[in-house]
Structures are given as structure tokens and as C-alpha cells.
Design a protein around this ligand. Sequence first.
Ligand SMILES: [Zn+2]
Length: 84
Amino acid sequence: MTRADVTPADGSPGARIDRRFAADVEAHRRDAPRFCPQCARDLGLANEFWEGDQRRFYCWCATCDWTGEVTTTGETAIGHEPEH
Ligand SMILES: [Zn+2]
């Protein structure tokens, strides 16, 4: 997705969406990272994709060239230890 995909519904081309995907678009707008964790400027790219049940955002900062992935976890962090 490009920056236009997270533009508010203001009539711009990126705001016209297929209603079947409206919930996904809303979730993307709510959860997509907005700022670079390294330099705190606006992220140039936050491309959402899925791996199984996990939602991930591949991010790139146009200012400092940082790249990384952000994974949504729900209410708590996801660990690697088995449940106690
Ligand atoms: Zn940056």
C-alpha cells in the first residue's frame, strides 16, 4: 500500500474503496505505524500483509532509510515461552 491508501475519506483517489474491504481499510488506518522509530519523522511506507493470523506492517522511512516490520499483538506482547 502507498501513502494514498491511508488518506482520510476526502474524495482523493486513495479514499475510494471497495465496500467489501471497508473493515480492513479501517483497521489499517487505525493500526498502521505513522512515525519512524529511529528519527520520528513520518514513515514513507507502511505496507500491511498477513502471515497466518498475524498482521504485519513492512515499514520504510524516506528520511533516514530505516526499514523494519511492526507486528500487531493484541492486548499483550507475544512471547516464545510456553504458557505457565
Ligand atoms: Zn526515520
